[in-house]
Design a protein around this ligand. Structure first.
Ligand code: HEC
Length: 191
């Protein structure tokens, strides 16, 4: 399939090059390689840029980077995605945005894609948004997290309902979640 896709432009280029002066022959020789790159998906650099973009606009930094929202969407890069000590307290207990750089440290592309496709966490993590993302977007986020390297400490451990967390924390005054939603939420691993 791929061979036939490549063949058509190559043949076209060769046919066209026959009409051109000799000086442009080098361009014709390079053309098939350029076509191959175009069909192979984004380059590593493009994936990284896309990952950074998604981490900025999909809210990952808002919760997983200390001070991000308070500083108007900015933080030193070595602080990005190291998790947060600000608790999210509600009927589910108290959760803390995990250190994604430590989480990603022992994963490869394949493991991350499986993991994020099936991710079920407690609130207030929008796990549904991650599950709904295209594979390439989840891969781009992963490559970007990996590029930051492991850093920071694990986030504080989850506290069960009824336990008052230490400050600082956000408090959500909500009715208890439906039983089905609670059964669906598998506790996230430490980190
Ligand atoms: C509104 C705040 C918020 C936003 C936005 C958010 N997260 Fe989270 N995230 C959390 C919290 C809180 C947890 C911990 C949930 C728990 O304890 O079950 C978490 C957990 C996770 C986990 C599971 C970590 C583990 O140790 O199991 C992953 C992976 C994750 N987030 C990735 C992301 C990515 C990627 C984005 C951006 C697309 C994102 N999060 C956006 C708050 C958030």
């Amino acid at each position: 399939m791929r061979a036939s896709i490549l063949l058509v432009p190559s043949v076209l280029v060769l046919a066209l090059s026959a009409c051109k002066p000799a000086a442009t022959d080098a361009t014709a020789a390079d053309a098939p390689a350029a076509v191959a790159v175009a069909t192979a998906g984004p380059s590593d650099a493009e994936l990284l840029a896309q990952g950074e973009y998604l981490v900025r606009i999909a809210g990952c930094n808002d919760c997983h980077t200390p001070g991000w929202a308070q500083n108007g969407g900015d933080a030193p890069r070595d602080q990005w995605l190291v998790g947060s000590k600000v608790g999210w307290n509600g009927p589910w207990g108290t959760t803390y945005a995990a250190n994604l750089r430590l989480k990603a440290a022992d994963m490869d592309d394949k493991k991350w894609l499986e993991y994020t496709a099936n991710l079920h966490t407690r609130p207030i993590m929008p796990d549904f948004a991650l599950r709904a993302m295209k594979e390439q977007d989840r891969l781009a986020i992963f490559r970007f997290i990996k590029s930051l390297g492991p850093g920071g400490e694990p986030a504080p451990a989850y506290l069960p309902p009824g336990q008052t967390p230490p400050v600082p924390y956000f408090e959500a005054n909500l009715p208890p979640p439906p039983a089905a939603a609670q059964a669906d939420a598998k506790p996230a691993a430490a980190g």
